[in-house]
Design a binder for this molecule. Structure first.
Ligand code: FAD
Length: 334
């Protein structure tokens, strides 16, 4: 019987584990994969992630100075207050998984059941019991399904890994975001000797990705490149779920819907919400109701729920241009 079981050892699960280490609370961290493992992701870490996690040089693909955002008629640039980084999630997540005092154990959770006194977790053969459970098992969360929490809207995202000569000359150290479609967007992320080129949006797939790559500003930057990888996954787009905790279980990261819909940025919010979930469980162990403690701990992430970006900002070409004009007026850093 463990005090806490954390399902999923991505950024959210690791952040929860590190917080429980700090609080001196016993836990079991599990993941269905052993690390290193792949995770479809742009791997863009704005400066604020590097304020939370110090990264060894070998994990960094390229430093990032900020965003460059393009629409059909405008362009806006935002410089980070201090450098960010692009990373490969294979290396980044393996590094994260090495940080907690209890490294992840391999277990593919197939079901969880909540009782009065404990939560029972199973992979179909083995059974684990814990007083509390933290669901950090990503966008296809089994925990969330077992809690009966409704899924909101998802964007589908896919990307190519493209070996490109002269990445620095073509893209520099910028995360390039392209609002060239309605209800979705494209991106280019500079890496060492390669670029991640992807699209995400409602019902987006390989067709939109190919279309994105054929558009003039993008095609020019990738000229002479060679596709060496493809991956796809979904991104929660409706902000945190309406119900994030039950009596003994709490959701964080993608499992809870903690993603900023404007950019699909989820790593920072996974780190914040993982720590918050751990603190909520700590409060529950002291006698507070878990749902109440979670509401307090997640309060600073409420703003993620307010943004209906795909429709409200990217819903039409006029809206996109209005948004870009507003951003360029802000200038510098936004
Ligand atoms: C194409 C794409 C591009 C993106 N680009 C960016 C970006 O550039 N920057 C950014 O900040 N965010 C980006 N995101 C979002 C970001 O990837 C996620 O928000 C972030 O990874 C969420 O972290 P997490 O820990 O909640 O979940 P995950 O990173 O998905 O980790 C969940 C973990 O749970 C494990 N797991 C799942 N099911 C089970 C199970 N049943 N039993 C046990 N373990 C299980 C998985 O193996 C995994 O290790 C992107 C997403 C996509 C799809």
């Amino acid at each position: 019987m463990h005090t806490v079981c954390i399902i999923g050892s991505g950024p959210a699960g690791v952040s929860a584990a590190l917080e429980l280490d700090r609080l001196g609370i016993d836990y079991l961290l599990v993941d269905r994969h052993t690390f290193p493992r792949p995770k479809p992701c742009g791997g863009v870490l704005p400066w604020r992630v590097l304020e939370l996690i110090e990264l060894p040089g070998e994990v960094v693909e390229s430093p990032l100075r900020g965003y460059r955002i393009y629409s059909r008629r405008s362009r806006a640039e935002s410089t980070f207050p201090s450098p960010g980084a692009s990373v490969s999630r294979v290396k980044f997540d393996a590094y994260l998984a090495s940080l907690p005092e209890n490294p992840p154990e391999r277990l593919r959770v197939r079901g969880v059941r909540e009782g009065e006194e404990k939560v029972t977790i199973t992979d179909g053969r083995r059974v684990i019991e814990a007083e509390y459970l933290i669901g950090a098992d990503g966008a296809n969360s089994t925990v969330r399904r077992c809690m009966g929490v409704e899924y909101g809207r998802f964007a589908s995202a896919c990307q190519y890994l493209i070996e490109v000569p002269e990445v620095k000359e073509r893209i520099g150290e910028w995360f390039e975001v392209y609002y060239l479609f309605t209800r979705g967007y494209g991106w280019l992320v500079p890496l060492r000797g390669a670029v991640r080129a992807g699209v995400g949006g409602l019902g987006f797939g390989r067709r939109q990705l190919e279309e994105f790559l054929s558009l003039t500003p993008v095609a020019e930057k990738l000229e002479g490149g060679r596709v060496v990888g493809y991956e796809a996954h979904r991104i929660p787009m409706q902000g945190p779920a309406g119900r994030l905790a039950s009596r003994r279980m709490v959701l964080c990261g993608d499992a809870g819907g903690f993603v900023y819909p404007g950019t699909g940025e989820g790593i920072y919010y996974a780190l914040l919400s993982g720590g918050a979930a751990a603190r909520a469980v700590a409060a529950a162990l002291e006698g507070e109701e878990l749902a109440r403690a979670s509401r307090r701990e997640f309060a600073s992430l409420e703003h993620l729920r307010q943004v209906d970006f795909l429709e409200g900002v990217l819903g039409s070409e006029e809206r996109i241009e209005r948004y870009l004009r507003r951003l360029s007026k802000l200038g510098g850093s936004f």
